[in-house]
Design a protein around this ligand. Structure first.
Ligand code: F6R
Length: 610
């Protein structure tokens, strides 16, 4: 969560920091700030509550007032509030009392209250409610005159997670940084050095970057030199990582919102994801095959992820069990960490993450490895932390996803999981004809997705007009349709702020049916052929209580109500198609309600706090 950008070099730092923040804003967007070493050796700090546009206005005002914002080094930060409201006072960078240290931070300092108490007892006055401010004061309290040595002494006192960018008042051309559990990258380019929480901010300058590992620190000089150190302060040699350029540009391509553009891109994303995995009517996972060696030794597949990635995992569980016969389960990464889930060397743990940086998923990966599992990650962002630490990586090729609510990356995850399930089935000697039939249908998925998007747009918009003013909505489904119901409900609530719940259709009558009253919207997903009759029965029960029923199905008019009909497809691919009109429905509801579709309140694209 939160975005960090740092620059030192020969160029004007202020525009570089502002542009970097623009590219990082998806990580958090409730307040922003920057600190700049000015030409006269001063350290200027500008902060603003709200979006980056507020900080840009603040910069413009300062310039109009004649302020000198020329300078060649500084740090910028875009915040997703954890401790303290999203106000200017709580916006980063934070400064120590005498101004020796200026700090930006991603993560959470878990013992900040204790540290704050100690620092206050020592006479320090705090200017914010953040956990970050303790770091600035602690550094000043322990200052040795050598910021690296000071960091080495201070960091062991911090509990929790951090990616830290630090400026020292007496060294205007130098950036310091340190990492524990929150991602941080350093790079040099012809014009200086860069520091960022995310490759997206660095890519305009260079594709070669260094990933800091937990416990590492770095010193970055304006002349392009970068020195790395371990937690004891010993010099380290690090290998650089080469990042492929994003295949999709971060522009809206004529659409009003990134989300709408990303929904439209799904057929190409599916094709790109599947192309390297399909050959001669069979699936081959390339380098990821390493995770499937000795397939007889895999006794369980465990899917781990958060939010939509968890919904992809639930779908993956069903696909793996159907196509390979291997017992499978899906757990929320955050819950897995505190559960005593049986995992051993016979477990294949599949971590699903678009960003590859989600803190809970990263920790779940580490725990699964610790317990002896083989690990395979399904990741969209190359070079991300989860990709770097996984045994094997199966990349989804959705391209850069900018909208906070995932659409194309989710679809690409489902496609990758279809391929994984089919490959496991083949390795476990499942019926080749059945698998061939599935793989053939999978290859045709991108075209079917194109058809569905074109054919359902108008209906999704019409439904959104009916739904835009409701307060609650329910999504029902069984089996694969239940996974789609969960994803559909999440999509609707996160961007339109309509309360939405998903129910396994058979569960409604075990309590929730009492909430269905005349006019309550119920969306019934009836696509998996084997369960359609039963789901329709449950939809009728809701209808009998006055529900306003919406039905997504691949049968011709199974209900007298509003029906959105999908083309026939392989029964195991229904989740990939049914989710498309549900994304459109959520999008249009949010748009009609005037919500900020691409940046819903309180959310962030990359969730790097636990
Ligand atoms: C919902 C959404 C989130 C993410 C979740 C995991 O639209 O995007 O629920 O799926 O935060 O993120 P990643 O996939 O980056 O690990």
């Amino acid at each position: 969560m939160c975005g960090i950008i740092g620059y030192a070099g020969t160029e004007e730092a202020c525009p570089i920091l502002l542009d970097g923040l623009e590219r990082l804003e998806y990580r958090g967007y409730d307040s922003t700030g920057l600190a700049l070493f000015t030409k006269d050796g001063g350290l200027l700090r500008l902060r603003a509550a709200g979006r980056l546009s507020a900080l840009r206005r603040c910069v413009t005002q300062r310039l109009e007032q004649g302020a000198d914002l020329h300078g060649n080094a500084g740090l910028g930060h875009t915040r997703w509030a954890t401790h303290g409201a999203p106000t200017k006072e709580n916006a980063h960078p934070h400064r120590s009392q005498e101004g020796k240290y200026t700090v930006v931070h991603n993560g959470i300092i878990e013992n900040y209250a204790k540290l704050r108490g100690e620092l206050e007892a020592a006479g320090i006055r705090f200017a914010s409610q953040t956990d970050t401010e303790v770091i600035a004061h602690l550094l000043e309290q322990l200052d040795t005159g050598n910021p690296l040595e000071t960091l080495r002494r201070a960091l062991p006192r911090l509990e929790g997670s951090y990616a830290l960018g630090v400026l020292y008042h007496a060294q205007p051309g130098t950036l310091y940084c340190a990492r524990r559990q929150s991602p941080l990258l350093a790079a040099s380019c012809v014009r200086g050095v860069l520091l960022a929480s995310d490759a997206a901010a660095i890519l305009p300058f260079t594709r070669t970057m260094f990933r800091l590992e937990d416990g590492e620190m770095a010193q970055l000089h304006a002349n392009g030199a970068i020195f790395f150190f371990d937690a004891q302060g010993r010099a380290l040699q690090k290998a650089a990582t080469e990042i492929a350029r994003h295949t999709t540009a971060a522009d809206k391509g004529g659409y009003v919102h990134f989300m709408r553009k990303e929904i439209a891109e799904q057929p190409e994303c599916l094709a790109r994801t599947l192309a390297p995995l399909l050959s001669g009517g069979e699936i081959h996972l390339g380098e990821s095959e390493a995770a499937l060696e000795n397939p007889g030794g895999i006794r369980r597949v465990l899917f781990l992820g958060c939010g939509s990635a968890h919904h992809a995992g639930i779908t993956g569980r069903m696909l793996v069990e159907e196509l390979s016969g291997i017992p499978a389960s899906a757990e929320l990464a955050s819950e897995f960490r505190s559960a005593a889930t049986a995992v051993d060397r016979h477990t294949l743990a599949v971590i699903i993450s678009q960003s590859g940086e989600t803190a809970d998923s990263l920790q779940a990966l580490r725990l699964a490895k610790e317990k002896g599992a083989r690990t395979l990650s399904v990741i969209n962002v190359e070079g991300s932390s989860i990709a770097a630490e996984s045994g094997s990586v199966l990349y989804t090729r959705a391209g850069l996803e900018v909208a906070v609510a995932t659409t194309k990356a989710y679809s690409a995850q489902l496609a990758a999981l279809c391929a994984l399930a089919a490959r496991l089935g083949a390795l476990r000697g499942q019926d080749p004809a059945r698998l061939r039939d599935f793989v053939r249908s999978l290859a045709a998925l991108p075209e079917l997705a194109r058809e569905v998007l074109a054919d359902t747009e108008a209906t999704a918009h019409a439904w959104a007009q009916e739904l835009q003013s409701v307060q609650h909505a329910y999504f029902l489904g069984r089996n694969l349709d239940y996974a789609t119901a969960m994803e559909s409900a999440l999509k609707l609530k996160e961007i339109s702020y309509i309360h939405a719940e998903a129910y396994a259709a058979g569960e409604l009558k075990h309590g929730t049916l009492s909430l269905i009253e005349p006019g309550t919207p119920v969306v019934a997903l009836c696509c998996r052929p084997e369960v359609i009759p039963k789901t329709l029965g449950n939809a009728q029960e809701a209808l009998a209580r006055g529900a306003k029923l919406f039905c997504v199905t691949n049968r011709q008019n199974p209900l007298p109500e509003r029906c959105l009909t999908l083309p026939p497809c392989h029964p195991l691919l229904v989740a990939s198609l049914a989710v498309l009109p549900m994304q459109l429905l959520a999008y249009h509801c949010a748009d009609l309600r005037g919500c900020d579709v691409d940046k819903p309140r309180s959310l962030a694209k990359s969730v790097t706090v636990e």
